[in-house]
Design a binder for this molecule. Structure first.
Ligand SMILES: Nc1ncnc2c1ncn2[C@@H]1O[C@H](COP(=O)(O)OP(=O)(O)OP(=O)(O)O)[C@@H](O)[C@H]1O
Length: 271
């Protein structure tokens, strides 16, 4: 069985990256010699226990933080250049919407800032609100929506400038299981219809397995790449897949990584 697309071009290159916070006794090595690449049109999850450096990695890519050593490239450019060229959108755990703006006006905000015409703003926001199933709620305010709907708005807003890359930091972790599973399906549909690259941070093994083409497992203290796994599941991912033997098998493979990590004799390996 083949995985989703098998893309070739390197979209994100993380090469020998280390990040050290603080000095002296307060020094924390958040990431130590991390290397991996993400191809265009791939869905890659960063998975690991709390404190293993998942958000730190995302912040490096988003140009919110500089590495202590090593390099980060997005489509061959430094993160700063990629940010200025609006090469990526970001979705955080909390939707961070503006309560005084309607759903539509939240989605249009990045376009307005760029001086896009009202007509074009409306065309793009209508298209995106349809994509995330919120057309009927365009004139509602964020506080009138459920948590899942608010997160859909923030996904639509992150897509408003049509970036080729979407960075997502535990976007569904505050949602109930039913909403989470629904949004996971919707996200895969967005990936299918847009062909974008996704980097998704999570500490949920089932979420990472269900969504990803590949999973980068990180270990903590210091944050390092433990292993990288191709998810050999059918590209057409439906809720039924969650009940299959192949899915369980993949869950077990990933879960065992964390058991190995507790074994002091374990030598980290790239697969
Ligand atoms: N600004 C900072 N100053 C000092 N230490 C930091 C800073 N940001 C992160 N750290 C430390 O770096 C390590 C990695 O943090 P990070 O938030 O990236 O982990 P994470 O895997 O995203 O965790 P979680 O799943 O809990 O969100 C942790 O030990 C954290 O305490």
């Amino acid at each position: 069985m083949s995985s989703m697309n098998v893309p070739e071009a390197r979209h994100i290159e993380i090469d020998h990256v280390s990040v050290v916070f603080g000095t002296g006794t307060k020094q924390v090595t958040a990431l130590s010699d991390v290397t991996f690449h993400i191809h265009s049109n791939e869905f890659v999850s960063l998975l690991g226990p709390s404190g293993c450096g998942k958000s730190t990695l995302l912040r490096l890519i988003a140009d919110l933080l500089q590495p202590t050593s090593g390099s980060v490239k997005i489509a061959g450019s430094e993160p700063e250049k990629a940010r200025l060229q609006r090469q990526f959108g970001i979705v955080f755990q909390t939707p961070a919407l503006f309560d005084w703006r309607t759903v539509r006006h939240n989605v249009e905000l990045p376009l307005e800032i760029l001086g896009t015409s009202k007509k074009e703003c409306r065309r793009i926001s209508s298209e995106l609100l349809e994509m995330v199933g919120l057309t009927r709620f365009a004139d509602h305010y964020p506080w009138q929506l459920s948590g899942g709907m608010q997160q859909r708005v923030s996904i639509a807003r992150a897509l408003s400038l049509d970036p080729p890359l979407l960075l997502m930091d535990e976007p569904f972790s505050a949602l109930d299981e039913f909403t989470k599973e629904k949004l996971q399906l919707e996200l895969l549909e967005i990936k299918r219809s847009t062909g974008k690259t996704f980097l998704f941070v999570t500490h949920s093994i089932p979420e990472a397995v269900f969504l990803s083409d590949r999973i980068v497992v990180l270990s903590a203290h210091p944050g390092q790449v433990h292993s990288i796994h191709s998810v050999e599941l059918p590209s057409d991912r439906t809720n039924e897949l969650r009940e299959t033997e192949d899915f369980y098998h993949m869950l077990t493979t990933i879960r065992n990584c964390f058991h190995e990590e507790r074994d002091p004799g374990h030598v980290p390996a790239l697969t």
